[in-house]
Write a protein of this length. Structure first.
Length: 402
């Protein structure tokens, strides 16, 4: 899917967002808003850019992660700890609808850029503060990353093989979940501003949104004093539910959350007699017989190729999916029909594919106008829009404020 956009397109066109956050949760929230048309201005330190510019794979010395995370953002530099940088940031905030930051609590206040100062210049401003542990409590000043949230939320404790160690995801799961919560909270705060005329502070602790995604583990502990153990790829709620290796060395995942699906699977794999077992009618009881069910399903799948398995499950109206890598995703007709993968022309690397916005709107599709920009590429343009003269910009640069 090849897309383009001018500055007036998008459901959030006219919304101005200052992204002063680094690494993943805050910048990803800003990316979501930019995908929907917001004018996002990325503010980075003049000599210490967002560390995500150095994370992951690179091509010809150009970081690839940043091309996605920094998309739809104009790149500006400002040293917020300097007088000149403070002046630039106040000017940006004065014209913005939203500021996103993820410094340790108290840092903006130390620079004279706390919400009181920002709101004095712009009473309607929404300040989204994203941190590991939030703005309150005994851990508020600790360094906080998504890995710590994955550990403390219960995710790692319930993930992994039954007799193996707790398992962390190989990507920024907690950061990604927190980014969605941040974007959602920002939109709620903006909706509230329509009624009150005033902005407010959004406080997102990365440890919380992922906790909310993990089901009733807290209620279970409160009521039963039990915790969910690790089950690997199985489920405590139903079976068969696992990953299975195919005849051609590929893998598929099978889910039987619905009773009717479980029955179709057993008929498909040639074990219909199991449906008549007294325990089969209840998902939790099926989970206690997972070994027997996995043997039946896994044995059948092992005798067929991945293509044959997926086709047979589709014909039987049972639920299975191939386990994909990136190459499979790009080639899949369903992702193609949805327009999930966008083709973008990058000034540094040329044609480039990346996953697009999270959803579609009938009125305004989200699009990618441009990929992540070089560090500070738009400083002069943005400051000029704020009313800074060429001489003032040169002076700020000479004092290392930008």
């Amino acid at each position: 899917m090849t897309v383009s956009r001018d500055s007036t397109d998008g459901a959030l066109a006219g919304l101005k967002v200052v992204d002063a956050s680094t690494l993943f949760a805050g910048p990803m929230a800003a990316m979501h808003l930019g995908d929907m048309g917001a004018d996002v201005i990325k503010v980075e330190h003049p000599t210490k850019p967002d560390p995500s510019r150095g994370h992951g794979a690179a091509k010809d010395g150009v970081n690839l992660w940043w091309k996605t995370l920094g998309r739809n953002k104009r790149a500006v530099t400002a040293n917020l700890g300097s007088d000149g940088g403070r002046r630039v940031f106040l000017a940006l905030a004065a014209e913005a609808d939203v500021v996103i930051e993820n410094f340790r609590p108290g840092t903006l206040e130390r620079w004279g850029l706390g919400y009181d100062e920002l709101a004095a210049a712009n009473p309607g401003l929404v300040l989204a503060r994203v941190s590991g542990f939030g703005q309150l409590g005994p851990y508020r000043t600790r360094p906080g990353f998504g890995t710590l949230a994955e550990a403390m939320s219960g995710f790692a404790a319930m993930t992994g093989e039954p007799y193996g160690p707790p398992t962390l995801p190989p990507f920024g799961l907690a950061d990604g979940v927190a980014s969605l919560a941040t974007a959602f909270a920002i939109m709620i705060a903006l909706r509230s501003r329509e009624a009150t005329g005033r902005g407010q502070v959004v406080d997102v602790a990365i440890i919380e949104p992922i906790l909310a995604m993990l089901g009733p583990q807290i209620t279970r502990w409160d009521q039963l004093r039990t915790v969910q153990p690790r089950f690997g790829n199985r489920s405590v709620n139903n079976a068969p539910r696992n990953t299975y290796r195919t005849k051609d060395g590929q893998w598929v995942a099978v889910s039987t959350s619905a009773q009717s699906i479980a029955e179709r699977v057993m008929r498909l794999v040639g074990r219909p007699e199991l449906i008549d077992e007294p325990w089969f009618a209840v998902g939790a009881e099926r989970a206690r017989h997972a070994d027997e069910l996995d043997e039946a399903v896994g044995g059948w799948i092992a005798r067929h190729t991945r293509e044959q398995v997926v086709a047979a499950f589709e014909k039987a109206q049972a639920a299975a999916a191939p386990i994909y890598d990136a190459e499979d995703i790009v080639a899949d007709p369903q992702f193609q029909a949805l327009g999930t993968i966008h083709d973008i022309e990058d000034p540094e690397l040329g044609p480039m594919k990346m996953q697009g916005p999270l959803f579609r709107l009938s009125g305004h599709d989200g699009v990618i106008a441009f990929t992540g920009r070089p560090h500070g590429a738009d400083t002069d343009t943005v400051l000029g829009e704020l009313g800074f003269s060429a001489e003032e910009i040169a002076a700020l640069r000479s004092e290392d404020a930008i």
